[in-house]
Design a protein around this ligand. Structure first.
Ligand SMILES: [Zn+2]
Length: 264
């Protein structure tokens, strides 16, 4: 069986998107899979964090319409957060329409706007808790563990969800050390990342982080997150396949190391 290194997007599909969970698991079953722990760091900072944020926005506003308005204001500054949140709301809305006939009548004094906010808040909360429990169990193993990784699960504090999951700024960044130990591969991925056109902000941030590692310059643990997709190719052993839902972004980096990419 071929080995596959699993990226963050598949963990998100398998845990946060009920309609994609089955097909994602079937796809993963074709490979002997391992998940670099870095993917879990990315997952918490990205999709899982966005669901948490959406949950808290519903708590704060207690209003469906005001939550959508808040998303609208972030569309330019934080497109990924907004896209993920809207996808979540779309799924939850389609579930609401299916459940609608069997729902109890609204209490007097509860507006439809409040009711929807509460419905979607609950859905987001359930998904975050479930995703947290499942995220390490979707692959045959979790690899490349990070000693610097603080990974504390979701907690409800005064109705708001918190997740403390990050690269500990006081520790040595283990992801950085893992990449520096593969210097040849790191240099190839640095060059490949630079030649991607057009260069989006994430490519530029990644360039800065990769270059700091190659040059051995001062490393700020905040740079850890900018490494992104590069981590998966650099850590993949030869003849491993990079598994993702995002072939387009991974392919140029993987190809520089002679790796192939597969997506569901
Ligand atoms: Zn780190």
């Amino acid at each position: 069986m071929t080995s596959g290194v699993v990226d963050t997007t598949l963990i998100a599909d398998a845990t946060l998107k009920p309609d994609k969970a089955q097909s994602t698991k079937a796809f993963l079953a074709k490979y002997r899979t391992h998940l670099p722990e870095y993917a879990l760091r990315e997952f918490c900072a990205g999709p899982l964090g966005y669901y948490k944020w959406l949950h808290n926005k519903f708590v704060e506003t207690r209003s469906f319409s005001r939550t959508l308005a808040a998303l609208g204001k972030l569309a330019r500054a934080q497109p990924n957060r907004v896209a993920t949140s809207l996808e979540a709301v779309a799924r939850s809305t389609s579930k609401l329409s299916k459940d609608f006939a069997s729902l109890p009548k609204l209490d007097n004094g509860v507006s439809l706007d409040e009711f929807q906010a509460e419905y979607h808040r609950q859905a987001a909360s359930n998904l975050v808790q479930l995703a947290w429990r499942k995220r390490r169990r979707l692959t045959d193993s979790v690899s490349h563990e990070l000693d610097c990784f603080i990974d504390r699960g979701p907690k409800l504090e005064r109705s708001l969800l918190t997740i403390d999951s990050r690269c500990d700024r006081k520790a040595k960044c283990a992801a950085a050390e893992q990449l520096v130990a593969r210097r040849d591969r790191l240099e190839k991925v640095l060059a490949a990342n630079k030649s991607i056109t057009p260069q989006r902000p994430e490519h530029q941030r990644r360039h800065k982080a990769l270059r700091a590692l190659v040059r051995g310059s001062q490393w700020d643990n905040q740079l850890c997150r900018s490494l992104g997709d590069a981590v998966f190719s650099v850590l993949a052993e030869p003849a491993t396949v990079v598994l993702t839902t995002n072939r387009r972004d991974h392919e140029p980096l993987a190809a520089a190391l002679g790796l192939t990419v597969d997506e569901p």
